[in-house]
Design a binder for this molecule. Structure first.
Ligand code: SF4
Length: 261
């Protein structure tokens, strides 16, 4: 979530961009989706928060907010499409709720909203029909599912910090209580950080005991750090929170109609 300073600190602002951005952040935090979701709110048409290159962008007007969707930056930038104009905050939230769940329920894994929209049959007009005109008759369902995610939000970091059992997963090594105190620390911009991995090839024999066991295929060109097998890795981070797992929603039935793209 990104916002400009809005009416609070900017003479050009026509809406409280910071306040609305906080509202959005608190509503949509922690949601699992097919890919990352970026949002922004700008307090006027000057667009300092660059909302038109976000998955969900709001640009303040004298009468409310213009809602933009399906933009992104990165290697293949896409300018967001204007979706609806002069929305009050409640209506904007309602449309974003529907938009988000429709995306979560119908996009392929690792698909940003920009690509999802480009592949969607009917494109922006179809999306408007679904989200604004309720052409599939699913808007109530989409809103209920978003409200479920909002109501069951838990901060996963806080859960770990409060639970001694979960904190045990965050130790230096999974197979010993010993620690390695000799990690080389370097100074960067007045802060300390672990030094870079060596650029030279590290023989596999030097990795023995931390992942290069006898049974492993010998590969003298290995230079990357040893990695945990996936099941073990999952154990160390714990099961994902059901409460906020957008993909968990994918297990629930939804009208076949919503799968239309
Ligand atoms: S977008 Fe408008 S209100 Fe926000 S900082 Fe820029 S000029 Fe000010």
């Amino acid at each position: 979530m990104k916002s400009c300073v809005g009416t609070t600190w900017c003479r050009y602002g026509v809406q409280d961009a910071v306040g609305f951005a906080i509202r959005l952040e608190q509503r949509y935090r922690g949601i699992r989706a097919p890919h990352k979701i970026k949002m922004a709110v700008s307090g006027c048409v000057r667009e300092c928060a660059e909302a038109q290159c976000k998955d969900v962008g709001l640009v303040a007007t004298e009468n409310g907010y213009n809602l933009y969707v399906c933009g992104n930056g990165g290697a293949t930038p896409r300018h967001a499409d204007l979706f609806a104009v002069d929305l009050d905050e409640a209506t904007a939230l309602k449309y974003i709720d529907r938009f988000m769940i429709y995306y979560i329920r119908t996009a392929d894994k690792l698909t940003r909203t920009a690509v999802w929209l480009e592949k969607m049959e009917g494109g922006l007009e179809h999306l408007r029909d679904v989200v604004i005109n309720d052409s599939l008759g699913t808007c109530n369902e989409l809103e209920e599912q978003m409200q479920y995610l909002v109501d069951t939000y838990k901060c996963e970091w806080k859960e770990v910090a409060k639970d001694p059992e979960k904190r045990k997963f965050f130790r230096q090594f999974v197979n010993t209580d010993e620690t390695e105190p000799n990690i080389e620390i370097v100074d960067e911009r007045g802060q300390s950080r672990p030094t870079d991995w060596p650029k030279d090839v590290v023989p596999i024999s030097e990795l023995r005991g931390v992942g290069g066991g006898e049974g492993e295929k010998k590969n003298d060109n290995v230079s990357s750090p040893p990695s945990l097998p996936l099941p073990q890795l999952q154990e160390t981070v714990g099961a994902p929170s059901r409460a906020r797992n957008g993909s968990a929603l994918a297990q629930q039935p939804i009208s076949q109609k919503t799968a239309a793209r």
